[in-house]
Each structure stands twice: as structure tokens, then as C-alpha cells.
Design a protein around this ligand. Structure first.
Ligand code: UDP
Length: 243
């Protein structure tokens, strides 16, 4: 079991990308569903205001540091995390590894047609991956039993859930016990990226930890939510001063 690092109450696994992949491969050999969450600074701030979300994040089998802000906070708090392991990069790593270990997926989330487009692109980039099914993320609670049946009937080993945070974390936590997939992972907007509907920040911006700036330029409407980023840094410095 990897060591955990406390970032404002969220217990993050101190793993690098290779270690995260190894953990996923071990989960795939198991018998029960394992939850993977990918908190970034915004989600950690949401969890600070929402004890239910905090408990859900901390109950997952694997919690990876998604974003440069989380890594920076770990350095400021002197509990250095090894490296950023974003949800989308871990999914790509599992997909790349399908050359050695084929894996089957079900994709749940995104607007109608997006999961389908993502599936087509994934199959063309990673021919050894199997996509057993997909479904858009706009449904009523009453449709959930039928969705669970569709996922279980598909026999997918990995369920990727992109309903946005905290909806996806709450949905996964509530229904993991009824799902037969071995790995259930919340992946936010990654389905849109695989579908080609949303771009990732260019490499130089990702390296400089400026993904937040890229997102703000692309989706200025998110600025209110993004105020959580400076709040996250202020909270981090306050904690550092108390150390
Ligand atoms: N989404 C969804 N169902 C919902 C709300 C959102 O499938 O009820 C999808 C949305 O289409 C997008 C993804 O969830 O693909 C992420 O949404 P958002 O940008 O709001 O969340 P974040 O990336 O900040 O977690």
C-alpha cells in the first residue's frame, strides 16, 4: 500500500505514474470493485466545504494527485508528492499498456454522442483496448438500475465515469457495490478530450503548471469555480505558517 499524503484533509496516495499503473493491474486481478478518484485543487476545495465528498474521496482504494496545484501544495507543506498523476494520463497509460495486457472498458458520461466518439478514437489509437459499451451522462436517478445492468452485462473490467465533480464521485460511491467492474474511475472531462471535443493544454503549459490558465482562456465561464485555485493556495500558505 502506498503512503498517503494529507492535502487539506484529502488523503492522496504518494505514487508515480508507473506505480499507479501497477496498482490498477493488481486491482484488475481482484474480485471486487475498486474506486479511483483524481482530485485536483478545485475538488479538494469542494471537499473542504462538503464533508460527504471528503469521506467519499478518502474511502477510495486509490486517490491520485491530479494537477500541478496539488503537487505544489505538497511541496509547500513539506510532504512532497512524487509527481502529478492526472486521471487522463493514467487512463492513457492503461490504454498504452493494453499492448501487454488487453483491458475492456465501459465509458459513462458526456453529452449524447461524445462517449461514442471517444470510443471510436480510443479504438483507433489503442487497437488492443476493448470498448464494451458507452452511455451519455445525462440521465435521471430512476434510470440508474438499467444503466448498472447495461454496465454489468457488458462485463467491462474498467468503468470510466465522467459526470463532472462531485457528481461522479457521489455516483461511484453509491453504486460501486452493485457494479461488477474491477476498476471504477472518475475522470471528469476526459471523455470530451478523448472525443476531440476539448483540448488538453499544450505540453509547455502542462510542464509549467499552467493548465488552469489554459482552461480559463478556453472556458472563461469557469472563472467562478476557478476562484477555488487561489483559495487553495491561500489555505496552503496558512497551513504552512502554522507548521
Ligand atoms: N457531465 C455529464 N453529466 C452531467 C454533468 C456533466 O455527463 O450531469 C459531463 C460533461 O458533459 C463533461 C464532464 O461531465 O463531459 C465534466 O463536466 P464539467 O466540466 O462540468 O466537470 P469537471 O471537468 O470540472 O469535473
Amino acid at each position: 500500500m502506498p503512503e498517503k499524503t494529507d492535502i487539506h484533509g484529502v488523503m492522496i496516495d504518494n505514487v508515480n505514474m508507473d506505480e499507479a499503473l501497477e496498482i490498477v493491474l493488481t486491482m484488475l486481478k481482484g474480485k471486487t470493485a475498486n474506486k479511483i478518484f483524481t482530485p485536483n485543487a478545485e475538488i479538494i476545495m469542494q471537499a473542504n466545504r462538503d464533508p460527504e465528498l471528503l469521506n467519499i474521496l478518502n474511502s477510495a482504494e486509490l486517490v491520485i494527485p491530479d494537477g500541478a496545484g496539488v503537487i505544489l501544495a505538497s511541496r509547500i507543506l513539506k510532504c512532497r508528492l512524487k509527481e502529478k498523476v492526472s486521471g487522463i494520463d493514467l487512463v492513457k497509460k492503461i490504454l498504452t499498456n493494453t499492448k501487454k495486457r488487453p483491458v475492456s472498458f465501459f465509458i459513462l458520461g458526456g453529452k449524447p454522442g461524445v462517449a461514442e466518439k471517444a470510443s471510436i478514437n480510443i479504438l483507433s489509437d489503442y487497437p488492443k483496448a476493448k470498448i464494451m459499451g458507452f452511455r451519455n451522462g445525462y440521465f435521471e436517478e430512476s434510470e440508474t438500475p438499467e444503466i448498472i445492468k447495461q454496465i454489468n452485462d457488458s462485463k467491462a473490467e474498467v468503468l470510466l465515469v465522467g459526470l463532472g465533480a462531485p457528481k461522479q464521485e457521489k455516483w461511484i460511491h453509491k453504486y460501486a457495490g452493485q457494479l461488477n467492474s474491477k476498476v471504477i474511475m472518475g475522470i471528469g472531462g476526459a471523455i470530451d478530450v478523448f472525443a476531440g471535443n476539448a483540448a488538453l493544454a499544450p505540453e509547455f503549459m502542462r510542464k509549467a503548471g499552467l493548465e488552469w490558465l489554459f482552461r480559463l482562456i478556453k472556458e472563461p465561464g469557469r472563472y467562478k469555480r476557478m476562484l477555488d485555485l487561489p483559495r487553495f493556495m491561500i489555505l496552503t500558505f496558512k497551513k504552512r505558517l502554522k507548521q
